[in-house]
Design a protein around this ligand. Structure first.
Ligand SMILES: C[C@@]1(CC(=O)O)C2=NC(=C\c3[nH]c(c(CCC(=O)O)c3CC(=O)O)Cc3[nH]c(c(CC(=O)O)c3CCC(=O)O)/C=C3\N/C(=C\2)[C@@H](CCC(=O)O)[C@]3(C)CC(=O)O)/[C@H]1CCC(=O)O
Ligand SMILES: NC(=O)c1ccc[n+]([C@@H]2O[C@H](COP(=O)([O-])OP(=O)(O)OC[C@H]3O[C@@H](n4cnc5c(N)ncnc54)[C@H](O)[C@@H]3O)[C@@H](O)[C@H]2O)c1
Length: 191
C-alpha cells in the first residue's frame, strides 16, 4: 500500500514571513485557511489585481498588499512563498526564484511544485491536528477536517490545561512524572 511520508511540523507563523503571490480565488482560499489557523501570521501579498474578498480579509488581518506584478525582490526577507496566480509562467518563475533562495514554496494545486502542502487543520484551544492525503484528495482532507471538528469536544483544551497544571504539581524525577501523567490518562484509550 502507498503511504504518506510527509513530515508535519507546526510553524510559528508570527515569527516567519510569508509571501503570497496572486490575489484571486485560489489566493483567497490559501489566505483564509492560513489565517483561520494562524491569525497572527505575517503575510505580504503581491498581485496586479486583488479580488474584493481578498482585500476585505487582508484589511481585517493587517496583511501588507502590493498592487503590482511579482518581482523577485519580494522574496528577499521571506521564509515561505505561496504561489497562486493564473499565469503558469509566473508560478514557475516564483518557484525557481524561491528554490534558489532556499525558501520553502507551495504552488497552489500543483503538487510537483510544492515543498510543503497546506493541509486540513482542526484547532480546539491548544490542540491542533493537521491532515494530509499526500496531495491525493484535498476533498478527503476537507471532509476529515470537518469530521474531526465535529467529534473532538470543545473542552479538550480543558484537559490539556488540567494536565499542564497537574504536571507542575508532580514531585519526583522525569520518569516519575511521565508515569503519573500516563496513569491518570490511561482510561482515555479503550483497550
Ligand atoms: C487541505 C486544503 C488546504 C488548502 O486549500 O490550502 C487543500 N486543498 C483544499 C481543498 C480543495 N482543493 C481543491 C478542491 C477541489 C476538489 C479536487 O480537485 O480535488 C478542494 C476541495 C473543496 O474545495 O471542496 C483543488 C485542488 N487542490 C489540489 C489540486 C491538485 C492536485 O490534487 O493534483 C486540486 C485540483 C485543481 C485542479 O482541478 O486543477 C492540491 C492541493 N490541495 C491541497 C490542500 C494540498 C494537498 C492536501 C492533501 O495532502 O490532502 C495540495 C496538494 C497542494 C496545496 O497545498 O495547494 C483544502 C481543504 C481545506 C479544508 O477544508 O480544511
Ligand atoms: N478558482 C478555483 O477554485 C480554481 C480551481 C482549480 C484551478 N484553478 C486555477 O488556478 C489559477 C488561479 O485561479 P484563480 O481563480 O485564483 O484566478 P483569479 O483570476 O481569481 O486570480 C488570478 C490572480 O493572479 C494574479 N496575477 C496574474 N499575474 C500576476 C503576476 N505577474 N504577479 C502576481 N500576481 C499575478 C492576478 O492579479 C490575480 O490576482 C487559474 O489558472 C485557474 O485555472 C482555479
Amino acid at each position: 500500500m502507498e503511504r504518506n511520508n510527509l513530515y508535519p511540523i507546526f510553524l510559528k507563523m508570527h515569527e516567519l514571513q510569508v509571501l503570497i503571490v496572486g490575489g484571486g480565488n485560489v489566493a483567497l482560499e490559501k489566505l483564509t485557511f492560513l489565517l483561520k489557523s494562524s491569525p497572527t501570521a505575517n503575510v505580504t501579498m503581491i498581485a496586479p489585481f486583488f479580488r474584493e474578498d481578498v482585500k476585505a480579509l487582508a484589511k481585517t488581518f493587517e496583511i501588507k498588499m502590493y498592487d503590482m506584478a511579482y518581482e523577485e525582490s519580494f522574496l528577499c526577507d521571506k521564509d515561505l512563498a505561496i504561489v497562486a496566480t493564473d499565469k503558469l509562467s509566473v508560478n514557475h518563475q516564483v518557484y525557481k526564484d524561491a528554490k534558489r533562495r532556499n525558501l520553502l514554496v507551495n504552488v497552489a494545486d500543483t503538487p510537483d511544485l510544492c515543498d510543503f502542502y497546506l493541509g486540513g487543520i482542526v484547532t480546539k484551544g491548544n490542540v491542533k491536528i493537521a491532515i494530509s492525503t499526500n496531495g491525493k484528495s484535498p476533498t478527503t482532507a476537507k471532509r476529515l477536517r470537518q469530521f474531526f471538528e465535529s467529534v473532538i469536544p470543545e473542552d479538550i483544551n480543558q484537559m490539556v490545561q488540567n494536565l499542564n497544571a497537574y504536571r507542575k504539581t508532580i514531585k519526583g524525577d522525569f520518569e516519575e512524572k511521565v508515569s503519573a501523567l500516563n496513569k491518570i490518562t490511561e482510561n482515555l484509550i479503550q483497550k
